[in-house]
Design a protein around this ligand. Structure first.
Ligand SMILES: Cc1cc2nc3c(=O)[nH]c(=O)nc-3n(C[C@H](O)[C@H](O)[C@H](O)COP(=O)(O)O)c2cc1C
Length: 166
């Protein structure tokens, strides 16, 4: 068991329900399962990043909208203060080879000094894609401890995988 499990932890995640690749119409997004597993296993706080304007329910429309939001993705709710947490989990679906654009909005002004950062991507083939590198670019000085990529359609059954990774 990793010693990180016992530290005060926050999960910052993005996840979208409705129609998606490989899973059809769902009530809960793939990444949300992973966020909730981490909450349930180690007692982490979870924070869901939500777009100010929801994405379309249809997958084909959503992928076009996501392209247009790169670098300009307003969110409903901001996290201002992460000072009480030692470990920050950043969880995102891979969108066009990187994080969901709203993740950038949520994390770019946070102070990650002395934090342990663990990254989770969910995807349908791209793995981590550029997510880790892109987070390093936008969060100056961030030190990323480790990362894991989980196939989107397997998230619902990934509790053991997460248990072992944690
Ligand atoms: C806008 C959009 C872009 C996507 N781009 C990629 C991609 O570049 N590579 C990939 O493997 N999967 C891609 N996917 C699939 C998602 O990464 C995958 O379904 C993920 O698990 C969705 O997480 P969520 O259900 O928590 O939102 C994309 C999905 C969407 C909606």
């Amino acid at each position: 068991m990793s010693e990180l499990r016992n530290k005060k932890s926050l999960v910052i995640y993005f996840s979208r329900a409705d129609e998606n690749y490989a899973v059809g119409y769902v009530n809960k997004g793939n990444t949300e399962y992973i966020a909730e597993y981490v909450r349930d296993i180690i007692g982490a706080q979870i924070f869901k990043v939500e777009p100010l304007v929801p994405y379309s329910k249809e997958y084909n429309k959503c992928i076009e909208e996501a392209k247009l939001r790169v670098g300009n993705a307003p969110i409903k709710n901001k996290i201002d203060d992460i000072s009480q947490y030692e470990v920050i989990y950043i969880m995102t679906p891979v969108y066009w080879g990187s994080y969901a654009p709203e993740i950038e909005t949520a994390i770019k002004d946070l102070d990650f000094t002395r934090k342990t950062i663990r990254i989770v991507t969910t995807h349908e083939g791209s793995g981590l894609a550029n997510v880790v590198d892109d987070i390093r670019k936008i969060c100056k000085g961030v030190v990323i401890n480790d990362f894991i990529a989980i196939k989107g359609s397997e998230c619902i059954n990934a509790k053991n995988t997460i248990e072992n990774w944690l």
